[in-house]
Design a protein around this ligand. Structure first.
Ligand SMILES: [Zn+2]
Length: 97
């Protein structure tokens, strides 16, 4: 039986996923789901480092004006440039360093 974090690691070693996509894959729903997964990703970022791997972050991007957010493990809110909430989520992937 794999833990949730082990499942996330396995998925991210295959391809990139957004937090919403990970929630679907893990059949998690409801309030707080994204927060739990974001916390997992922070821990996973450290776990994989010890194995010589790296958690890659494709930053969030505003779908209205194209503004690119900082590459960080965080759910984007409003676009700081145009205030739009139409945001493409960041995507995560695990690769060998
Ligand atoms: Zn924008």
């Amino acid at each position: 039986m794999m833990t949730r974090r082990q499942k996330i690691i396995k998925l991210l070693e295959e391809r990139d996923y957004s937090v919403s996509e990970l929630a679907l894959m893990l059949e998690m729903r409801g309030r707080g789901t994204k927060k739990i997964i974001l916390e997992d990703l922070k821990v996973i970022s450290n776990i994989v480092k010890r194995e010589g791997k790296v958690l890659l972050i494709q930053p969030a991007q505003c779908r209205k004006c194209g503004f690119v957010f900082k590459a960080e493990i965080k759910a984007p809110g409003k676009c700081p440039k145009c205030r739009s909430e139409w945001i493409e989520e960041p995507r995560f992937k695990i690769e060998l360093r």
